[in-house]
Design a protein around this ligand. Structure first.
Ligand code: BTN
Length: 277
């Protein structure tokens, strides 16, 4: 294995104690999330699909996920949770926590923060994003599954990204003092070890995870402006996170606190001033 070689799926499967055929690696694919969704019926629970390159990599809210070929980690995991679907949002937050812990496991000098709900930041730049998608079959045969998609910048460097994103993104290599490329198999195994452990207990132990998610939050206590999917705007101070990972915004004075499951965009208000909803 070397940092510049094609990703070794068998090495990742071995490190995780999984069957070799539960880890697939494609050189180029549209989107690993789409592949898992389209092939869910043939794939075992926990199957992991990596791509060296995606032609239609997707982020949340229809955004693109851009990553140069062969340098970062782009993968999706097939999940078949047995608990109620209203709790599946927890999987986004557990995945974000797994990535944050995995980053610190391979690079203990770094501090990984979580920008609710799905962005991982190091040194104030985004290093990873999560795209969790739930699917329930309309046929009523009970086939339901979730796909946890993770994009983690490992060895990409500034010049690898489109110019408009250069100031916003970073990678593990860029953040580390030695600036040496990392073995992506080791990074993937570190993240997936945490992922497996957290997903296994996400129904029973989510409240404990929320403590760590809050500690790692880049938003807690800050005044934010939330743009809602319908276009409305809510402003409030981030007071915490709810039982399924909702963000709790304190509107101040006589306004009732708001709990939001999903937003179009969240911006920290630089002045700290409150503006009307
Ligand atoms: C975001 O930050 O908005 C989420 C980005 C998620 C990107 C990953 S890359 C692997 C998987 N396949 C996709 O098409 N998207 C996710």
């Amino acid at each position: 294995m070397s940092p510049t070689e094609r990703l070794d799926g068998a090495a990742i499967a071995r490190a995780l104690g999984r069957e070799p055929d539960s880890v697939l690696v494609f050189d180029e694919i549209g989107s690993t999330n789409d592949y898992v969704r389209e092939h869910a019926a043939e794939l075992p629970t926990g199957a992991i699909v990596f791509a060296e390159s995606q032609t239609r990599g997707r982020g949340r809210r229809g955004r693109h996920w851009v990553s140069p070929p062969g340098v970062n980690l782009l993968f999706s995991v097939l999940l078949r949770p047995s608990f109620a679907m209203e709790k599946w949002s927890r999987l986004t937050h557990a995945s974000a926590l797994a990535v944050a812990r995995g980053i610190e496991a391979v690079s203990p000098e770094l501090v990984a923060g979580i920008k609710w709900p799905n962005d991982i930041f190091v040194a104030e730049r985004k290093i990873a994003g999560i795209l969790l998608e739930s699917h329930a079959s309309g046929s009523g045969n009970g086939e339901r599954f979730a796909v946890a998609g993770i994009g983690l910048n490992v060895n990409g460097l500034g010049a690898d990204w489109p110019e408009e994103l250069r100031g916003e993104l970073t990678s593990l290599r860029e953040c580390r003092a030695d600036k040496e490329p990392l073995l992506r198999e080791e990074v993937a195994s570190a993240v997936l070890r945490e992922f497996d452990a957290l997903v296994a207990v996400v129904e029973a132990e989510f409240s404990g995870m929320l403590d760590e998610i809050s500690r790692r939050s880049t938003l807690l206590g800050k005044c934010v402006e939330a743009i809602l999917p319908g276009g409305g705007v809510i402003v409030g101070k981030v007071a915490g996170f709810g039982e399924n990972g909702e963000i709790l915004l304190d509107g101040g004075e006589d306004r009732a606190p708001r709990s939001l499951m999903s937003v179009e965009r969240l911006r920290i208000q630089s002045s700290g001033a409150r503006s009307p909803e």
